[in-house]
Write a protein that binds this ligand. Structure first.
Ligand code: UDP
Length: 140
């Protein structure tokens, strides 16, 4: 399988509970390498752009408010089949449906406050990485 890069966010519910290291331990144990990482506060504009695909969904406003409610950690992860692998490590969107050992099963509070984001395809991964990182920020 090819070496891929994917984009990850540790969401405000994770940073609030000081879970950056705990989530990163799950990521690294799964064989994914954190090749870029930065803690930021997203602007409303950044969050709306990032989740633009969900603009028409009823939860959009709540989601944007949540994403700017506290600091987040944005990351680039690298590894074999990193995009699908990270989706597996994250677990289902709804933590009640997430498999044992996944980040969302371990830490998510709810379907909205679900601790992590991970890209769902190569095109979105490239686009999301480019929204938050320049080439110089990434040390593969
Ligand atoms: N979300 C929500 N309510 C829903 C579905 C999604 O608040 O009913 C939020 C949740 O934080 C989720 C994000 O919107 O992670 C993006 O939704 P998506 O379906 O893309 O899930 P993901 O790819 O994050 O598992």
């Amino acid at each position: 399988m090819a070496i891929e890069r994917t984009f990850s966010i540790l969401k405000p519910d994770a940073t609030e509970r000081n879970l950056t290291g705990a989530v990163n331990a799950v990521i690294e144990k799964a064989g994914l390498r954190i090749i870029a990482q930065r803690r930021i506060r997203m602007t409303r504009d950044q969050a709306e752009t990032f989740y633009a695909v969900h603009k028409a969904r009823p939860f959009f406003g709540e989601l944007v408010d949540f994403m700017i409610s506290g600091p987040v950690v944005v990351q680039v992860l690298e590894g074999e089949g990193a995009i699908a692998k990270y989706r597996e490590v994250m677990g289902a969107t709804d933590p009640a449906k997430a498999a044992d050992g996944t980040i969302r099963k371990l830490y998510a509070r709810s379907v909205g406050e679900n601790s992590v984001h991970g890209s769902d395809a190569p095109e979105t991964a490239a686009q999301e990485i480019a929204q938050f990182f320049s080439g110089n920020d990434i040390a593969g």
